[in-house]
Design a protein around this ligand. Structure first.
Ligand code: FAD
Length: 406
């Protein structure tokens, strides 16, 4: 099966059109990757000009965007001034607004962060003091008794309550962005993997130093190659964003932009409904923020699940299969804030893979979102290391990318 969208307007393979390509791109903007971030970016950019989304999977949102906790974070943990902090806080507000205005399923269930020791209580104090610098001013201190009143199964020395943390139907959010993008005329091509990219020489269009652009080589499900051109490219390729950046000639290793992958497992708990959990319940996270810890989340139907674990993967193989090796550590983690859990009652639910710039045991790194003119790649925006809170931040990331390309 060849690429569709009128076979990408007969692009690339048609030699007779070669001159046309040089003076006029097929599309103003090409977006690589149709996860929640690529879709949000497309919804934002499509009203400004012709936009094409190239997605290697058969459908949108098959990777991290459908293998996550669906938590709309408040922005508590991240370094003040970082993109993670700013875009998470803005994204939280935007998602709540979208839920109100566009009927996307969302529940503002609120979240407890629970301290299990004196040392963790200290950390909670630090978090509470840090949060206003990120614009999070609504955290409430909860005593051990207060915790028990709100969540009778949860034990802890103290807790922080975040009222603006919630859960969202990530699929509905993606459908919303895709619909908006299509209404503005964006084209989507699935089974279309970008396998190579090159910068085209500047042309006379737009005057001296004017429009140039990029040629992308796209492989379809049958292995056939097609070339298309775009003036601007946004790399939203998730786990492969470093590989895509390298296709444009960037030395990602030298730049410290090569990604590590970290897998996480989720479990349901037999009889878990008896715990009566109504809020999101998180432990105090590791300082490296490798993950936010094995937490209890309720989904929109009220069912509780536990996860995700976080282990760096030795080999970067996109494998969502399950291992039950994680059950014992998960049971131990949960037992820090809930009554002891028998590992044999944990049932596998789902696995997700995080794209991480942060090296093991190093301080957390920020999102890398950058227009690359100063690396000789004008009009290319790379988004690399868009791990959590990328779902929450997605609508804000889209606005930020649009600003970078303005
Ligand atoms: C276990 C886990 C839990 C998480 N929990 C939360 C949470 O509770 N709250 C939150 O805010 N965030 C959370 N996140 C983070 C969030 O899921 C991600 O930040 C977000 O989904 C990233 O979206 P994306 O579009 O950048 O990436 P993806 O969803 O991975 O999409 C990238 C797309 O690019 C495509 N692609 C890759 N290479 C190519 C190529 N060469 N050509 C064409 N297409 C290509 C892929 O097929 C994929 O569809 C979690 C993540 C994980 C893994």
């Amino acid at each position: 099966m060849g690429l569709n969208v009128r076979n990408l307007r007969q692009a690339g393979n048609d030699r007779a059109k070669a001159v046309y390509f040089v003076i006029m791109s097929d599309y103003q903007t090409a977006i690589i990757g149709a996860g929640v971030v690529g879709l949000a970016v497309t919804a934002e950019l499509a009203p400004r000009g012709s936009t094409l989304v190239l997605e290697k999977a058969w459908k949108f949102g098959q990777a991290a965007s459908s293998h996550n906790s669906e938590v709309v974070h408040a922005g508590i943990y991240y370094a003040p001034g970082s993109l993670k902090a700013r875009l998470c806080v803005q994204g939280n507000r935007l998602i709540r607004q979208l839920a109100r205005d566009c009927g996307i399923s969302y529940a503002q269930v609120g979240k407890f962060i629970v301290a299990a020791s004196e040392e963790e209580v200290e950390y909670l104090h630090w978090l509470k003091e840090n949060a206003p610098a990120n614009g999070v001013t609504d955290l409430r201190w909860v005593s051990s008794d207060g915790l028990r009143k709100q969540e009778p199964s949860v034990r802890g020395q103290a807790g922080l309550f975040s009222p603006t943390s919630g859960i969202v139907d990530s699929h509905a959010l993606m459908v919303h962005f895709k619909t908006i993008a299509e209404q503005s005329g964006a084209d989507f091509v699935f089974n279309a993997e970008v396998v190579d990219a090159k910068r085209l020489p500047p042309t006379s269009v737009g005057g001296p130093g004017g429009v140039s652009g990029y040629e992308l080589t796209v492989r379809d499900a049958d292995g056939a190659l097609t070339r298309i051109t775009a003036e601007k490219v946004v790399n939203c390729a998730g786990l492969y964003a470093d590989r895509v950046a390298a296709m444009f000639g960037m030395d990602v290793q030298a730049l410290g932009l090569d990604l590590l992958w970290a897998k996480g497992y989720y479990f349901s708990l037999e009889g878990g409904h008896k715990l009566g959990i109504r809020h999101l319940v998180y432990p105090v996270p590791e300082k490296s923020l490798k993950s936010l810890g094995v937490h209890a989340t309720v989904d929109l139907s009220g069912a509780v699940r536990f996860g995700p674990t976080a282990e760096y993967m030795e080999q970067k193989i996109e494998d969502y299969s399950f291992s039950d090796a994680a059950t014992t550590p998960v049971a131990e983690s949960i037992s820090r804030y809930l009554p002891p859990v028998d590992a044999s009652r944990l049932n596998p639910m789902m696995a997700g893979i995080r794209s991480k710039l942060t090296r093991p045991d190093q301080p957390p790194r920020d999102f890398y979102i950058r227009e690359e003119s100063d690396r000789g790649l004008p009009g290319l925006v790379n988004l690399i290391g868009i791990e959590s809170p990328g779902l929450t931040a997605s609508p804000a990331i889209a606005k930020y990318v649009a600003e970078l390309l303005r």
